[in-house]
Design a protein around this ligand. Structure first.
Ligand code: TLP
Length: 345
């Protein structure tokens, strides 16, 4: 059997040998007592790297977003979220279930909301209206194929949020991909958000974990929310140890994943019928339109699975392919070759 090339997500990455070693050697304690030195070190590092006062380690990106919403809002509030955001699309209604808030969606262009539309969506102080208490941004933006939200767009939304006394939360699941693509320190992005959630377990290859960073008082509330959700972990230092390697080492190699995505996009764009907007290939994802090839996205994914190339479908005629540390440049060549063969191109 040929090697399976897994482009479903960067979440499929396995911990690196260096991570495994750090995990085996990790000094641990009971983190619910605040006594795990490795978790404490990871939290301090995450806060420092994002320019925030404090951070808390959570098992998943979803929990990171949800404890942030719990910490910033009250029941009956409204939060503004881009209409294709992960928080709205893929967190199983968490904001309604856990925080009792309703979501107001604002459409975006490649994930970026027009600041005027955001301002228009902020509720007036009126007896009939819910209180707008939070604006959520997502950088990079998953559903648009890993597009980077421009810094001036984030700045404009952050400034208007501050004028209205509203907090901004950044779903930065892949914020280090955004920083790499922009060629800036990640702090240049996180400065336009009061809180940020970022994942260690995606392109950064840690087996598990995300960090939520922000002002200390907010992080204390997020930590309490984590406990409510049953996310107070004990000797979590074995996981945090991999997270430290993720932040110190793996943030520096993401450019390579972006190059692989461009190579993949160029190769697939040359196949008749497949449609790729090269302007959206900005980080480690490629969205491929299948309509011109006369095949549904789900059918295309099923066909390629039989040829040993895995990816997910996103809409009826669009699939998403994600590059990462566990696929090499030669795997990209091979994936393109198998797609050509399967489509008879
Ligand atoms: N995204 C996953 C799937 O859930 C779609 C993926 O394969 O891309 N925010 C963003 C922007 C994300 O893309 C994800 C995961 C999360 C949050 C949630 O992270 P986890 O999976 O750790 O809960």
């Amino acid at each position: 059997m040929n090697k399976v090339i897994d482009l479903r997500s960067d979440t499929v990455t396995k911990p690196t040998p260096e991570m495994r070693e750090a995990m085996a050697r990790a000094e641990v304690g009971d983190d619910v007592y605040g006594e795990d030195p490795t978790v404490n070190r990871l939290e301090a590092l995450g806060a420092e790297m994002t320019g925030k006062e404090a951070a808390v380690f959570v098992p998943t990106g979803t929990m990171g977003n949800q404890v942030s919403i719990m910490a910033w809002t009250q029941r009956g509030d409204e939060i503004i979220v881009e209409s294709n955001a992960h928080i709205f699309m893929f967190e199983a209604g968490g904001p309604a279930v856990l925080s009792g808030v309703q979501i107001r969606t604002v459409p975006g262009f490649r994930g970026a909301m027009d600041p005027e539309d955001v301002e228009a969506a902020i509720r007036p102080k009126d007896l009939h209206c819910p209180r707008t208490s939070l604006i959520c941004l997502e950088n990079t933006h998953n559903r648009s194929g890993g597009c980077v939200i421009p810094l001036d767009n984030m700045k404009a939304i952050y400034e208007l949020a501050k004028q209205h006394g509203i907090n901004v939360h950044l779903d930065g699941a892949r914020v280090f991909n955004a920083a790499t693509a922009l060629g800036v320190d990640v702090k240049q992005i996180t400065r336009y958000a009061d809180s940020v959630q970022f994942c260690l377990s995606k392109g950064l290859c840690a087996p598990v974990g995300s960090l939520v960073a922000g002002p200390k008082e907010f992080v204390d509330r997020a930590r309490k929310a984590r406990k409510i959700l049953g996310g107070g972990m004990r000797q979590a230092g074995v996981l945090a140890a991999a997270g430290i390697v993720a932040l110190e080492k793996m943030t520096k190699r993401l450019g390579e994943d972006h190059e692989k995505a461009r190579k993949l996009a160029q190769g697939l764009a040359a196949i008749p019928g497949l449609e790729i907007d090269m302007d959206t290939v900005q980080t480690n994802m490629v969205m491929v339109g299948t309509k011109g090839a006369g095949i549904d996205a789900a059918e295309f994914a099923a066909l390629m699975k039989r040829h040993g190339v895995l990816f997910n479908w996103s809409t009826r005629y669009k699939v998403r392919m994600v590059t990462h540390n566990d696929v090499g440049f030669d795997d990209i060549d091979e994936a393109i070759r198998r797609v050509k063969e399967a489509l008879g191109a």
